[in-house]
Design a protein around this ligand. Structure first.
Ligand code: NDP
Length: 290
């Protein structure tokens, strides 16, 4: 049973976002005969990565984009992968390039990410895009920022009338989620604290927050009595439980009794991630091809 909190429906928000993107793509196609192209590069046979790439491909096609998955064998060398990226960087029809992570161990991930043209870096992970974000020069409207953090921000902006001045606590400082979401919250004029595994008295830190973003990877770690009454809770965590079900990083049943609004897992941040990838592809198309 859920308590008082309003459930932030990420599935519905993502469907609405994709519908808007589909309308824009159709209008671009009708006016200019062009469609944005998303190219996903997958190296090897990681089963989870295969599933992610297939859903990215499917949803890109659904919004009318040209979607190409480049499936390369596990023994692909770093040089071969760099050559593939150079080919994609040189092709005007390629608007978004995403290299599915993790890469096989023999490949230097940082070197590969660095080789993606920042103008087509729809994962927002290149040093250029991460630097623009850290320097306060990027915004979700105009530049390419990582998809899950962008999804968190869109859900927050939908849930709250204004973010300015609110206390935000982000739990987690990863390159993919914690750090960029903290930068976006700062850009939205929140007062931001980034907590991590060495934070002292995490429950007390979280208790200050009007906005809690949990990106830890520990099932149900954030308890109901850590939450300030009425706070907005965004749960990024996706943890597979022994019974096969998914759980977030927040104890949903407890937190929903105290929070003002909360994302469920599944059905919260998760669906927003691919929708934001499509949005980034459209953003990249518009920035590069006018
Ligand atoms: P990482 O493992 O890269 O980072 C986890 C962060 O949590 C680290 O900064 C770590 O701190 C911190 N942490 C670990 N233990 C604790 C603790 N006990 N108390 C406080 N902080 C702690 O994970 P990601 O950021 O990649 O992912 C986080 C979660 O989000 C995972 O469940 C992942 O599956 C999910 N995820 C969901 C996505 C979606 O689409 N919804 C997309 C990406 C991720 P330290 O730096 O000190 O080690």
């Amino acid at each position: 049973m859920t308590g008082q909190a309003r459930i932030i429906d990420g599935k519905a928000a993502a469907a609405e976002l994709r519908a808007g993107i589909a309308r824009e793509v159709a209008a671009i196609k009708a006016e200019r005969g062009l469609v944005p192209g998303l190219h996903v590069v997958l190296v090897g046979d990681d089963p989870a990565s295969k599933v992610y790439v297939a859903s990215k491909e499917k949803l890109a096609v659904e919004v009318g984009m040209a979607s190409v998955a480049h499936r390369l064998p596990a023994e692909t060398t770093e040089e071969d992968l760099l050559a593939k990226l150079a080919e994609l960087n040189g092709d005007d029809a390629v608007d978004g390039i995403l290299v599915q992570l993790p890469l096989p161990k023999h490949i230097d991930t940082a070197r590969i990410i660095d080789a993606i043209d920042p103008a087509r870096d729809v994962d927002g992970l290149t040093p250029v895009n991460a630097g623009l974000l850290a320097g306060g020069k990027a915004s979700g409207e105009h530049l390419l920022v990582p998809c899950t953090p962008l999804g968190c921000m869109l859900l927050l902006k939908q849930a709250l009338p204004s973010l300015a001045g609110l206390e935000a606590v982000v739990i987690g400082r990863s390159e993919l989620v914690g750090r960029p979401v903290a930068q976006l919250l700062l850009q939205a004029d929140c007062t931001v604290t980034i907590a991590h595994s060495r934070t002292r008295d995490l429950p007390a830190v979280v208790k200050r927050a009007d906005i809690v973003v949990a990106a830890v990877g520990r099932p149900r770690m954030v308890k109901g009595d850590w939450i300030k009454p009425g706070a907005t809770v965004i749960d990024v965590g996706i943890n597979r439980m022994p019974d096969g079900k998914l759980a977030g990083d927040v104890d949903f049943a407890e937190a929903a009794q105290v929070a003002g609004a909360i994302t469920p897992v599944p059905g919260g941040v998760g669906p927003m991630t691919i929708a934001c990838l499509l949005r980034n592809t459209l953003t990249a198309f518009k920035a590069r091809r006018g």
